[in-house]
Design a protein around this ligand. Structure first.
Ligand SMILES: [Zn+2]
Length: 84
């Protein structure tokens, strides 16, 4: 059984900045890699910080997304970037 099919979609948002890859960085060891951008990623996010498997001690660490100015993106995923 899975509930993966019920994830929200963001089809209405502009595509140009969402395509391609996004930087994935481990905040603990600093390892960086690139990963395919997911539909659930913030459209303005250029970097995701998440603990890599080597540093993961079993805690379910939170994934944080940052924009090009290095700001942690905390808005509601359903809002557009300029909604405020
Ligand atoms: Zn790491």
């Amino acid at each position: 059984m899975t509930d993966e099919q019920d994830k929200p979609r963001f089809c209405a948002l502009p595509l140009e900045r969402r395509v391609g890859w996004i930087l994935l960085r481990c905040p603990k060891c600093g390892r960086e890699t690139h990963t395919d951008r997911q539909p659930t990623d913030y459209m303005e996010a250029i970097r995701i910080e998440v603990t890599c498997p080597d540093c993961d001690t079993g805690d379910f660490s939170e994934m944080m997304q940052f924009d090009e100015d290095g700001r942690h993106i905390t808005r509601d995923p359903d809002e557009t970037p300029n909604a405020e």
